[in-house]
Design a protein around this ligand. Structure first.
Ligand code: SAM
Length: 418
C-alpha cells in the first residue's frame, strides 16, 4: 500500500483506539477485518504503532504538542513501528524536521509521569508497594510479553512436547517455575503446528499455570472453577484430575463459556461440565454448597497485571471502576466459599497488581470467615514440584511480578475449610 494511504489508516485506527470505548485488541481486529487490502507487514506495523502509543501515551502526547496536523497524525509519526523508509515517504519535509527535533529531546530531567507513562492513580500505589523496584517494574511493563505454553499431561509430557515442537521448527525452553510450562522463542505460528492442533499443549502464561497448581486438584474429586471464562485454568485443572471426577466450569458469560467448547474438544477432557450462572448467588451454587473439594475463584479484576499485553487497560480503568470491582470480588469470593466442603480448599486469584483487589480482599474474607484457615502458598507449590517457590510468595500469598518473575502480574491466596 502507498505510504501516505497507510499512514492515513494508522491515524484512523488510532482515533478509534484512543476513544477507549472498547478493548484495543478488539478495535484492532475488527479494523483489520474491515481493511482487507492490508498485507501482513502493514498490519504488523499498524498494530505495533498503536500499542507503542498506548504504552507511552503521556510521553508521546507531550512530544506531540509542538507539531502540526491532527493529534493522531503526530502520534503515528512519533510512534511509527514500520520501516523508516516508509515513514520518510509518508511525511512532509516539515514533519520530518519536527520529528528529528522531537526524537532528540532527552527525558532525563522531565517529570516522572513522562517516563513511567502511568496515570497517577496507578503510579502512586505501585510506588508505595514496590519502592525501589518501581522503575524496573515500569521497564518490564513496556516489554512485550513472552509466549508460554502449558503441556497437556493427558496427551504428552514436557520433554516430548518440546521435542515434537522442535521437529516442527518451534523452539522452546522449559519455564523456570511451572513444571508443565514451555516458553517459546519468538512468536511462532502455533496454529500451523501439528503438536498444538492435536492438543498436546495450550497457550497459557506461566503465572496462570501456577494458579491452577495451587488447587492441588486430584483424581476423582469434585472441583469448581467459579469464574471459568474461556477455560484457560479449567483445562489445566481437568488434566490435573487426570480426566476423572467432576469439574464444573461456572461463569456469568455464556459467550466466554462457548469459547471453552472447542478448547475442551482439543484437550481430550470429558470430566468438565460448563454451566452458565446468572450471578454468584445462583441456585446452582446453592445446590452444591458444602460438597466441593476444590474451588478456584479466578475473579474478574482490573487486569492491570497484564499491561504488557493490554497497555490500554491503564487508560480504560479508573479508581471508580476498581472500587466497583472490589465490591464484586468480595461478593464472589464469599459466595464461592460456600461451595467448599469441610477439609476442602479455596483459592482466590486475580491478574491485578493492586493490593485493593488482592491482599485487601483476602484479608477481609479471612476476617469474616474464621472457618477458613490460610494455607502457605510456597508449601503448596513446593509439593507440586515448583523449585524455589518461596521466591514467588509474599506473606504466604502468591505474588508474581513481570520485573521479578517474567510472568504477568498475579496474586493468589489459599485457604482450607475447617
Ligand atoms: C479473570 S476472568 C477468568 C479467566 C479464566 N479463568 C481463564 O483462565 O481463562 C474472570 C471471569 O469472571 C467472570 N465473572 C464475572 N462476574 C462473575 C460472577 N458473579 N460469577 C462468576 N463469574 C463471573 C467473567 O465473565 C470472566 O470470565
Amino acid at each position: 500500500m502507498n505510504p501516505k494511504a497507510l499512514f492515513a489508516l494508522c491515524d484512523e485506527l488510532l482515533h478509534e483506539v484512543l476513544r477507549f470505548s472498547q478493548p484495543a485488541d478488539s478495535v484492532v481486529s475488527s479494523f483489520f477485518r474491515r481493511e482487507k487490502a492490508l498485507g501482513m507487514r502493514e498490519r504488523h506495523a499498524l498494530a505495533e504503532t498503536v500499542y507503542s502509543v498506548l504504552r507511552d501515551k503521556i510521553r508521546l502526547q507531550y512530544l506531540a504538542k509542538s507539531g502540526k496536523g491532527s493529534l493522531e497524525r503526530r502520534l503515528s509519526l512519533l510512534a511509527w513501528q514500520g520501516t523508516e523508509a516508509f515513514l520518510r515517504a509518508a511525511a512532509t519535509p516539515e514533519e520530518l524536521k519536527w520529528l528529528t527535533t522531537a526524537r532528540l529531546l532527552s527525558l532525563d530531567k522531565q517529570p516522572d509521569n513522562l517516563r513511567h507513562n502511568l496515570p497517577e492513580w496507578l503510579a502512586e500505589p505501585l510506588k508505595a508497594q514496590v519502592g525501589d523496584s518501581f522503575w524496573p517494574l515500569v521497564e518490564s511493563l513496556r516489554q512485550p510479553a513472552g509466549l508460554d505454553l502449558r503441556v497437556n499431561l493427558l496427551k504428552s509430557k514436557r520433554e516430548l512436547a518440546q521435542a515434537a515442537l522442535a521437529e516442527e521448527g518451534i523452539h522452546t525452553t522449559p519455564t523456570p517455575w511451572s513444571p508443565w510450562g514451555l516458553r517459546a522463542l519468538g512468536k511462532p505460528p502455533l496454529n500451523r503446528s501439528n503438536a498444538f492442533l492435536r492438543g498436546d499443549m495450550e497457550v497459557q502464561d506461566e503465572g496462570s499455570q501456577l494458579l491452577a497448581l495451587l488447587t492441588e486438584a486430584k483424581r476423582g474429586e469434585m472441583v469448581v472453577d467459579f469464574c471459568a471464562g474461556a477455560g484457560g485454568k479449567t483445562l489445566a485443572l481437568g488434566a490435573m484430575m487426570r480426566n476423572t471426577g467432576r469439574l464444573y466450569a461456572f461463569d456469568v458469560s455464556a459467550h466466554r463459556l462457548a469459547a471453552l467448547k472447542p478448547r475442551l474438544a482439543r484437550s481430550g477432557l470429558s470430566n468438565v461440565y460448563p454451566a452458565g450462572i446468572a450471578h454468584e448467588r445462583d441456585e446452582r451454587v446453592k445446590r452444591l454448597a458444602g460438597k466441593i473439594d476444590r474451588v478456584l475463584v479466578d475473579a474478574p479484576c482490573s487486569g492491570l497485571g497484564t499491561l504488557r499485553r493490554n497497555p490500554d487497560l491503564k487508560w480504560r480503568q479508573s479508581p471508580e471502576a476498581i472500587a466497583e470491582m472490589t465490591a464484586k470480588q468480595g461478593a464472589i469470593l464469599a459466595s464461592a466459599a460456600r461451595l467448599v466442603k469441610s477439609g476442602g480448599r479455596l483459592v482466590y486469584a486475580t491478574c491485578s497488581l493492586l493490593r485493593a483487589e488482592n491482599e485487601e480482599i483476602a484479608d477481609a474474607f479471612a476476617a469474616a470467615h474464621p472457618d477458613f484457615v490460610p494455607v502457605d502458598v510456597a508449601e503448596v507449590l513446593a509439593r507440586q514440584g515448583v523449585a524455589n517457590a518461596t521466591e514467588l510468595t509474599d506473606a504466604g500469598h502468591l505474588r508474581l511480578w513481570p520485573h521479578r518473575h517474567g510472568t504477568d502480574g498475579f496474586f493468589a491466596a489459599v485457604w482450607q475449610r475447617r
